[in-house]
Design a protein around this ligand. Sequence first.
Ligand SMILES: Nc1ncnc2c1ncn2[C@@H]1O[C@H](COP(=O)(O)OP(=O)(O)OP(=O)(O)O)[C@@H](O)[C@H]1O
Ligand SMILES: [Mg+2]
Length: 311
Amino acid sequence: MSVRIRGLRRSFGDHEVLRGVDLEATPSTVLALLGHNGAGKTTLIRVVATLLAPHGGSVTVAGHDVLREPGRVRASLSLTGQFAAVDDELTGRENLELAGRLAHLGRRGARLRGEELLERFGLADAAGRRVRGYSGGMRRRLDLAMGLVGRPSVLVLDEPTTGLDPTSRESLWDSVRDLAAEGATVLLTTQYLPEADRLADRVAVLRDGRIVADGRPADLKAQVGGTRLDLEFADPLRRARAATALGLPVPDASDAALPVPSDGSGADLHRLLAVLEDARAVPDRLSTHRPDLDDVFRVLAISRPVPAGAA
Ligand SMILES: Nc1ncnc2c1ncn2[C@@H]1O[C@H](COP(=O)(O)OP(=O)(O)OP(=O)(O)O)[C@@H](O)[C@H]1O
Ligand SMILES: [Mg+2]
């Protein structure tokens, strides 16, 4: 039930957006695709969901090729916001029951599944109201619930929590995690890095039309560097003395903090402060910085120079 992408290419006119993407999403896993605006995340999602034809390479969903068996691909996946057609004139409950009937759950099955999803997405209180009166976030949650009625084995979500308040975001994360725990393959895109950190088992970074990093969030964070200490000095001379004593380049005058690689342990801190004390360069303040996905994103998605001949 995996999503398997091999050498995927896709252009718009002479703009080659995807230049050979290799990526695989597997069951019981949440895979988050990161990339800057315009990197091609939505394009990739649309190809996977058969809404856009690939120009090269191959894409299969649950073993079905998107070009040769689009119907089977669509039957095994759910894409939020695209296939779910919410009817404004119906209530939330009626919408879900209708979706359940369309998914061949039968009258009783559709009603039970609908109640379960209303509960899960915090829509039980609003279930009897027409969708026309729903807020943006409620509509989005209903939209996601609609996509889940038929228990898809592959779930594809393009920026699912954009525009959701923190509570709704949490409940969406819970639902997505539950689905993965039940065996679903989840592929989602996000601009929101803490989301990838919290939710994803794996993170892939799309840049210049290719996947430039793919791994567990913890591994990617380790890859961009370990913990560091930021030392702050009001006096630039003292800061320069500290840098020299630690064998580090003296930071620009405009740079307030002096970043020092450290494992963050008490012993390391002790050693560091002893060196600084000897150099009469004790910092005014000091803070620990652990790498987060923001660092991964900055390093891998944006600032890394394009290797010659990579285009
Ligand atoms: N239908 C289209 N016709 C022409 N160009 C397109 C089309 N769809 C996307 N593009 C271009 O392809 C590139 C990738 O767009 P895409 O929407 O996939 O990016 P994205 O990573 O999803 O960005 P965002 O983070 O802003 O959602 C952009 O340069 C965009 O302008
Ligand atoms: Mg997009």
